[in-house]
Design a protein around this ligand. Structure first.
Ligand SMILES: [Zn+2]
Ligand SMILES: [Zn+2]
Length: 130
């Protein structure tokens, strides 16, 4: 998948990040907490639709960070990519285990059959020796 995060704050034209404080208005427009604060020093209307009644509440977004801005975020560490690779690693391991389970199941069935045969043989032998 090559879906890029292109949701931006209209006030500062920056993309939203997981760590940003994001506010959504009842008019439907979304801005950075700090950008809206700055805006509201000058105007009480929504920067986009000029709605005056809009009430803002904090928005908690859950999205994958695009990994296209190297350098800037390194001090903060922890991008989504480590979780991603960890997840696909787990899935791969799961598939391997699933496959192995199938193999072992066949083997167990085979061993069970052999044990049955041996038990049968054993009981025949012990009855023979009587
Ligand atoms: Zn902003
Ligand atoms: Zn608005």
């Amino acid at each position: 998948m090559s879906v890029q995060q292109r949701v931006i704050c209209t006030i500062c034209s920056e993309r939203y990040r997981m760590t940003d404080q994001i506010l959504a208005g009842t008019c439907g427009h979304v801005f950075h907490d700090e950008c809206l604060d700055r805006w509201r020093l000058e105007s009480s209307t929504c920067p986009i639709c000029r709605s005056e009644e809009s009430v803002y509440f904090q928005l908690y977004l859950d999205f994958e960070e695009p990994s296209t801005s190297p350098g800037q975020d390194q001090s903060q560490g922890q991008s989504g990519s480590t979780v991603d690779s960890e997840y696909s690693g787990i899935m791969r391991e799961y598939e391997t285990l699933l496959y192995e389970t199938g193999v072992y199941r066949e083997e167990i069935e085979y061993l069970n059959e052999r044990m049955e045969a041996i038990t049968l043989r054993n009981s025949q032998l012990s009855s023979d020796s009587d």
